[in-house]
Design a protein around this ligand. Sequence first.
Ligand SMILES: [Zn+2]
Ligand SMILES: [Zn+2]
Length: 399
Amino acid sequence: MYRTCQNCKTSFEITDDDQQFYTKISVPPPTHCPDCRQQRRYAWRNERTLYRRKCDLCGKSTVTIYSQNKPYEVYCPPCWWGDGWDAKEFGRDFDFTRPFFEQFKELQLQTPRIALLTKNSVRSDYTNHSNNNKDCFMGFGVFDSENVLYATNVYGGARDTMEVYRTHNGNDLLYECVDATKCYNCQYGYLLRDCSDCFYCYDCRGSSKCFLSSNLRNKQYYFLNQAYSKEEYEKKVKEFRLGSYAEREKLYNQYLDLIQTKALHQFALIEKSVNVLGNVIVNSKNGKHVFDASDLEDSKYTIVCPDVKSSMDAYHFGFRCELIYESHALIHCYDVKFSHLSYDNSHLEYCDSCHNSENLFGCVSIKQGKYAILNKQYDVETFIELKKKIIEHMKTTGE
Ligand SMILES: [Zn+2]
Ligand SMILES: [Zn+2]
């Protein structure tokens, strides 16, 4: 079936598989094309533009993604996670004479929001979209790490590491690396897997003590892609004064030249995967239009999605996420739709900044909540009935 996008007016396809997924999760097919849907989702993420602002509870200065002129109530992370307040106090009845989104917006404006999305972290004030960290600074999408500075998308933990982008499964002592998995003491590396003591290397696996080399597999003591004895290699490397900025600049240019003119490149970065379409996909199957994916299954239109199953239209989500639709910034979630900034939940719809909860509809900043609509808690039967009625109401208002 083809549809015309309500926004850009181009035609887009809804396949039989897509339709089956929509039926499974009880949503009508989308009205916007995949690109317009992704653009709409991008509008929900301020990852790294940080401000200072006073916490609206304790009055202390805090680092936040909300500038002073934003109309929200903003709490610093210790206040927001603390027991000094309860988001259910902002709960209200649903008004069937008005549209849902109007009422949801009012709740968003009145219920305090967390200054930045951090969970279970210590001494990591300047991290956002991150959790389980210790002594990290300027980290975005950094998880389970210690002593990591200036880093983005660090999964599976890293230690004593600086200036990295996209690392997986435990890394230690890295500097200026992009796409590293299980590496130790590497500097200026791109696409390194199980490597140690590699400097200025591109696409190397299982290698150690290599310098300015590319596409190596299980090699040792390689310099400019040539094999040397241990002594010769060490002598060659020693000739570089690595403590000199000028020398480092020269090496960096040689490294760029190596990547651009000497190295071999895959047409797309797809590893250990079957039936996938996209780029930077590892250990995955049945993924269409997926990017930055690992351990992914049966998903479509997803971006930055480690450990994700049966999901569609979502980005920056993962670590055991299943049945996710039209969402952003979710960790460890099951059956969550139209939601964002929420970790450790199941059965959520239209939720914003809710954690450790289940069965919420149109809620904001709920912690450990159950069966709530617009932050008001109900018994199970009333919740199910009311949710059904609101969805019917949303269909009549075209929402
Ligand atoms: Zn469109
Ligand atoms: Zn505070």
